[in-house]
Design a protein around this ligand. Structure first.
Ligand code: AHG
Ligand code: MN
Ligand code: MN
Length: 336
């Protein structure tokens, strides 16, 4: 049976039509992001051939080695977003400060009413090993009146997101997005250069049998987290124990697998890094919006991720995200 031939753009327009007041700007912006990610996907797949492997020798604001593809993905997205005309500010994991964008006018109507956060390339330590990596993005409406965007525009609670998504560059290139009406997945058909609808209204299983965490950090965890992970590994078939361990070390790859099959992903704070490693704006918030739309849960162990008030562009947060019942159980263990 022929699968419904729905392109990403057709889906975005159909979604837009459900909002009578929509101006089409968000649809255009999502299409611009998809185009930028198609270009990144091309380079990711050719990286080894055109010397885009390896490191630049620079360090980013997080003190991490910047890979050539990190820089390439960041530059590609910034260029695409600056000309879209729909943004007043861009905040990137790879850029210390946010990038204010000059206002554009269409007729007498000012555009640039959105801001975007992105992790241009997630999982970049895995690039040279040909392991799946990805781009994560999050879109908000500006809060300032006009002109180039401000820091206040960039520091909004995750609940204010109007859209979020990711693109995973793996055995195929898949884009998953939400505008608050369900989570939808599209697979890039490279022969026609279109993202085609593959999963509509993705719902994550309420409980799973899979957990994802870097157990190399076990000695640095608090006792409550050790108790939880030890419990996951105990033998108790009535509670589906032992769970299976699945950890790629590339957040987008671990998240995408858990979204489709069920699972709990954990990047906790520990004795060395109390707030963990992942960034609230560029990783936790967009994925939290997506997981809640898919019927899952995302918290920092105590508070809902989307309620965390951002105080800094590069703020880190512990992240526990995935199947609702598993995250709730984890929270009970942490509160003991
Ligand atoms: P990024 O490549 O954007 O810096 O993100 C890397 C993150 C995330 O992708 C992954 O879940 C995590 O780093 C893995 O960290 P560890 O190697 O410490 O487990
Ligand atoms: Mn990342
Ligand atoms: Mn990154």
């Amino acid at each position: 049976m022929l699968r419904k031939f729905t392109t990403l753009y057709r889906h975005i327009i159909d979604e837009e039509r459900k909002y009578p007041e929509a101006t089409g700007e968000l649809s255009d912006l999502l299409a611009d992001i998809a185009l930028a990610c198609k270009i990144i996907s091309l380079e990711v797949n050719r990286a080894g051939l055109i010397d885009l492997m390896g490191i630049t020798g620079n360090e980013n604001v997080h003190g991490e080695q910047v890979k050539k593809l990190d820089e390439y993905a960041h530059d590609t997205l910034v260029r695409a977003m600056e000309v879209s005309g729909h943004l007043c500010a861009i905040a990137s994991e790879e850029s210390e400060n946010f990038i204010p964008v000059k206002e554009k006018f269409m007729g007498n109507r000012p555009m640039s009413k959105y801001i975007i956060h992105f992790d241009p390339l997630d999982g970049s330590s895995n690039i040279d090993a040909n392991i799946s990596i990805g781009t994560i993005f999050s879109i908000y409406k500006r809060v300032s009146d006009s002109g180039p965007g401000t820091l206040e525009d960039c520091l909004q609670c995750g609940t204010k997101q109007v859209a979020a998504g990711y693109v995973i560059y793996g055995s195929s290139t898949i884009m998953v997005y939400t505008t608050g009406r369900g989570v939808h997945g599209f697979t890039l058909d490279p022969t026609v250069g279109e993202f085609l609808l593959f999963y509509e209204n993705i719902q994550i299983p309420k409980r799973s049998k899979t957990y994802s965490i870097n157990e190399g950090n076990y000695s640095k965890w608090n006792q409550e987290l050790k108790n939880y992970v030890d419990d996951l590994k105990s033998v108790d078939s009535s509670r589906r124990r032992p769970y299976s361990a699945r950890y790629v070390g590339s957040l987008v790859a671990d998240f995408h697998r858990n979204l489709l099959y069920g699972g709990i992903f954990m990047y906790p704070g520990d004795s060395k890094n109390p707030n963990g490693k992942l960034r609230l704006l560029y990783e936790a918030n967009p994925l939290a919006f997506i997981i809640e739309q898919a019927g899952g849960r995302a918290s920092d162990g105590k508070e809902r991720i989307l309620d965390v008030v951002p105080l800094d562009l590069h703020q880190k947060t512990p992240l526990f995200i995935g199947s609702e019942e598993d995250v709730l159980e984890l929270e009970r263990f942490l509160s003991n």
